[in-house]
Design a protein around this ligand. Structure first.
Ligand code: PLP
Length: 445
């Protein structure tokens, strides 16, 4: 075991224990230095020193309901008391009613759901279902994408997080992205490239898997015609369209799902994060009746002990009911429009803001050290940790101003809880206004 690094006297007991006994995610362990958090209320949370932050990224773009959704907390407690766990072979009311609810809120005929406990598991299930249904093995996904950390989902992930896991599963093929600001390929041209790819792969591709609006790789919103055409391309080549809605789903975009923004129903959709508002670990993979029917006669060779965990499903059901009862999807659309306007004002005021983009409460601020040439701030030396140090510094400066904002690959990712109000947005944008002075000062001049 490596020698224990010296501990700062300023660390709390929780921070010291955590540092010593917990493996940090996606990090050099020597750099892991977590801040203790003690609670949250609405769109804010509080750290161990009592400092309060506006949660402008909804933690990992998942706390869509904020930190005090009592109906969800009560549903969890009730289910845990009445029957915390029954094996997936039993039907529970929570799972059955959540299945029915997902058929109601997802588009088109999507109606039968496999439940799991995370986004990565939802994607693993989607890959297996697509392969079994089509009898084909290849999955086409895109470079600027994230689909999870387990063997299959990291293999179909395109960003540098996949590199340590390579070669990954066979048959994972990457295509270019609709990234108007930073790619030399026009988004619609990138589609024709995918069309050609599928033609050249012959009849061997099971599915095209995309985030309808790319999340952690920089909030990439394709043109209106992109997703409908992508579905057409997939079907022309006998492949399915899988939409990964793990981050874009459940009101984030001001619609129920990212694919609703483009009026497209995929063949398979994956969900997690906002599905339970992050009150419980819950993932889901929903399919059309045609795909579900296929498994009447082919063994669905997949499952987990915690598939359809009653407590997680109770949380999911209460979360979806809360989106509906509190009209949070429409609210996200309304306040999302003014958030977009406020971010454009930031872009006008700060030369280091290269681009702001997004829909609803799903927005990104991409930084640049040279706006004319659109040059990103430098990459990290290891090339695997995503993002530049400048974007980290901007996020740290925002935290000093009382706003927590996530960042990846030169982009600040803004995805607050849906109940956020205009005054909260004003407060958070004022903090970003101060924080962006850090990137302005780091530009090439
Ligand atoms: N898919 C997308 C689009 C994601 O953004 C994520 C996580 O950020 C995942 C899948 C993986 O989800 P999880 O971290 O719950 O495994």
């Amino acid at each position: 075991m490596a020698e224990e690094p010296p501990l700062s006297e300023e660390r709390s007991e929780v921070e010291r224990l955590d540092k010593k006994y917990v493996f940090g995610t996606w990090s050099f362990q020597s750099e892991v230095d977590p801040t203790e958090v003690v609670g949250g209320e609405g769109v804010r949370f509080t750290d161990g020193s009592g400092d309060e932050f506006i949660d402008f990224s909804g933690q990992l773009m998942c706390s869509n309901l904020g930190h005090s959704a009592d109906a969800v907390a009560d549903a969890i407690a009730k289910q845990a008391q009445e029957g915390a766990y029954f094996a997936p072979g039993f039907a529970t009311e929570a799972r059955a009613r959540l299945g029915e609810k997902l058929a109601e809120v997802t588009p088109g005929t999507l109606s039968k759901t496999f439940f799991s406990t995370s986004g990565t598991e939802a994607v693993e299930a989607a890959i297996k279902i697509a392969r079994m249904y089509t009898g084909k093995q290849k999955i086409v996904s895109r470079y600027r994408s994230y689909h999870g950390a387990t063997a299959g989902s990291i293999s179909v992930t395109g960003d540098p997080r996949r590199l340590k896991a390579e070669p990954g599963i066979p048959g994972a093929i990457k295509a270019p992205d609709p990234y108007a600001y930073g790619s030399t390929l026009d988004p619609m041209e990138s589609l024709e490239y995918i069309d050609e790819m599928l033609m050249l792969e012959g009849d061997t591709v099971a599915a095209i898997l995309v985030e309808p609006i790319v999340g952690s790789n920089g909030i990439l919103v394709p043109p209106e015609e992109y997703l409908p055409r992508l579905k057409e391309i997939a079907h022309d080549h006998g492949a399915l369209l899988i939409c990964d809605e793990v981050m874009a789903g459940f009101g984030r975009t001001g619609e129920w799902f990212g694919c609703d923004v483009f009026d497209v129903t995929p063949d398979i959709m994956t969900m997690a994060k906002g599905l339970s508002g992050a009150y419980a670990p819950l993932g889901a993979t929903i399919v059309t009746p045609e795909i579900a029917d296929h498994f009447e006669d082919e063994l669905f060779c997949h499952g987990h002990t915690y598939a359809g965990h009653p407590v997680a499903c109770a949380a999911g059901l209460a979360a979806v009911e809360t989106y509906q009862e509190e009209n949070l999807i429409d609210h996200a659309s309304e306040v999302g429009d003014s958030l977009g306007d406020r971010l454009e004002e930031l872009a006008d005021a700060h030369p280091s803001v290269g681009d702001t983009r997004g829909v609803g409460l799903f927005r990104g601020i991409e930084l640049t050290r040279d706006p004319d040439e659109r040059v990103p701030f430098g990459e990290r030396e290891d090339k695997i940790s995503t993002g530049s140090t400048v974007v980290d510094d901007v996020a740290a400066a925002a935290a000093d101003e009382g706003v927590y904002v996530a960042n990846m690959i030169n982009t600040l990712i803004i995805a607050p809880p849906l109940p956020i109000t205009e005054p909260d947005i004003d407060e958070a944008v004022a903090a970003l206004d101060t924080a962006l002075e850090v990137s302005d000062a780091a530009m090439d001049r």
